[in-house]
Structure formats: C-alpha cells, structure tokens
Design a protein around this ligand. Structure first.
Ligand code: NAP
Length: 269
C-alpha cells in the first residue's frame, strides 16, 4: 500500500486527494492519498512522523514550501534554484526535496501551444509561486516582473538574470503593450481577492496564463479567451505538477491525466 499526502494550512479544499486517489484506481495501484492540515510549528515533526510511518512522501503547499526545502537531506537542482519544494520523497531514510510546480507550469503552457522561450514574457507577482514560473521562463531573453511589494520583485530579479522589474503602478499597461507570454502569479482574481483589472489590448500578449485556480476561469482568462488568445489556467498547472509527483511515488505515470483535467474543468465550469 502506497501512502502519500498533501500538507498545507489551510488544506480542507485541496483537490489533490481526489486527483491522486483517482489515479491510484485507474492504474490499479493500491494506494491512499490524504490532505493533512499542519500548522507551521508542527510541520517538521509531522513530516518526520509520516516518513517513520512508511509514507512514500508528501506534497507540500502554502505555507510550507520553503521550510520543506530547508529540512530535506537532499534537493534537486530545480528545488534549490527555485528556493522551495512542493514534493518531499522519503527514500532510504532520507528526505529528498523536489519541485514539480515549474514542470506543471511548463506542461500547461506547452499543451496550449505556448512557447517556453522567446523575446519577452511578463510575470505579475513575486510570491512563492512566481519563482517556479520564472525558473520555467529562463530561456526567454527578457522577463518583465511586476509586484505590489517592490522589494520582493527586486529580490527575485537578483536570482534570475533575464528578469527586469516594472513598477506595480505600470502593470496594467503591460496588458496593452506586452507581447509573448503574460502570466498572473498574484492572488488577484482568486476568490476572496480583488480582480487584477487588466484590459488586454491589441495585439497584446500572444498567450495568457493565470495560475489561480479558484475560480478555475478568472476574469483575466475569460478576457483572453474572448480575444481569441490561447490560455492556460491554474487547474492545468495543478494537474500537470501532480503527474511527476504521482510517478515519483509509484514508479508509474497516471493513465489519463488529461481526462482528469477535462472532468474537473467541466465540474468547475
Ligand atoms: P504568496 O507567496 O502568498 O504570494 C502572493 C502574491 O500575490 C504576491 O505577489 C503578492 O504581492 C500578491 N498579492 C496578494 N494580494 C494582493 C493584492 N491585494 N494586491 C496586489 N498583489 C497582491 O502566494 P503564492 O504561493 O505565490 O500563490 C499565488 C497564487 O497562485 C494563489 O492564488 C495560489 O492559489 C496560486 N497557485 C497556484 C498553483 C497551481 O498549481 N495552479 C500553484 C501555486 C500557487 P505582495 O508581494 O505585494 O504581497
């Protein structure tokens, strides 16, 4: 029996148990995946307890991703470069940190025909999720980054040589002038937050990605779709980051991840 979980705080509304348990069933692997609410002060002891209990590993979400990297015995080069881990594998008495968020982002973009290299991309937001996105966009000549808190954007630009910072006050104009990929990694547009308020101009960005997945279709995604642009939503990123995690736990890829995404998109439409 393969056991795995996602640790977060809060975590009650996580879709991950549904996704992984469906994949266990479809691949006929005996396994169980659960969501565990873990407060920051209990994170490290919980991880070590689950490792001792024989879990294959855990996925990690807000607010534990940086702490997850820090406590690991070993880390992949991507987790180290991003500065955060969303996957901890328990192998031979060691905790190994991985980051599959950037793979999920890349896969979601590529499946919609979007390029992962080119002249310019625009990224809004410099929080935890932005680092994975910027890591995935390292082959762009130039990435313009805008964040409400300027210092966070400046710190991110120090880590990625192709990134330049644009003041937050100018971010809305990027919807008019930007070409290439435009990515929202802020919480704006998420349920309970104000909307981004971005109007997409002509020609505007070639493709729009919004990593927010509650709601599945943000106003930004809807506007881009209406304008005939290719889009990728946060649900796609969520599914495609889960694929390498599932494979790491079980040794096998899930059978029909695209069908899982299509079903969830239909459910939340
Ligand atoms: P985070 O580290 O808390 O960062 C939040 C970001 O949103 C920061 O850039 C923050 O700017 C900005 N922000 C928040 N409220 C704002 C406001 N009122 N006005 C302007 N900017 C605001 O969170 P995160 O982990 O990066 O996650 C960000 C979003 O991505 C969330 O919706 C999360 O659910 C989603 N996400 C999706 C996936 C996926 O697989 N699809 C994966 C990870 C995250 P400041 O720096 O100024 O605070």
């Amino acid at each position: 029996m393969i056991r795995a979980a996602v640790l977060g705080h809060p975590i009650a509304h996580s879709l991950s148990p549904r996704i992984y348990n469906r994949w266990f069933e479809e691949t006929e692997i005996e396994g169980h995946y659960e969501a565990i609410d873990v407060a920051p002060e209990a994170f490290e002891t919980t991880v070590r307890k689950l490792a001792d209990e024989g879990y294959a590993g855990v996925n990690v979400t807000i607010p534990h991703k940086e702490r997850a990297l820090a406590l690991a015995d070993e880390a992949s080069s991507s987790a180290t470069a991003i500065g955060a881990a969303n996957l901890l594998l328990f192998r031979n008495g060691k905790i190994i940190a991985e980051n599959t968020d950037w793979c999920g982002f890349s896969e979601a973009v590529e499946r919609e025909g979007g390029p992962l290299s080119g002249d310019t991309a625009v990224v809004l937001g410099a929080g935890g999720a932005a680092a994975g996105v910027l890591y995935a966009l390292q082959n762009y000549e130039s990435v313009l980054l805008s964040n409400r808190t300027r210092e966070r954007a400046d710190a991110m630009a120090q880590r990625f040589p192709n990134v330049d910072v644009v003041p937050w006050e100018e971010k809305l104009s990027l919807g008019q002038t930007a070409s290439g990929l435009l990515v929202n990694t802020t919480s704006l547009g998420m349920n309970g937050y104000p909307t981004l308020g971005m109007i997409l101009g002509e020609p505007g960005p070639d493709m729009v990605v919004d990593i927010v997945y509650t709601p599945m279709e943000t106003k930004l995604v809807r506007a881009a779709r209406k304008g005939g642009k290719p889009v990728a939503n946060g649900l796609a990123m969520l599914i495609w980051q889960a694929v390498p995690s599932f494979e790491a736990y079980t040794g096998l890829p899930p059978k029909r991840p695209a069908a899982t995404l299509a079903d969830l998109e239909m459910e939340f439409a």
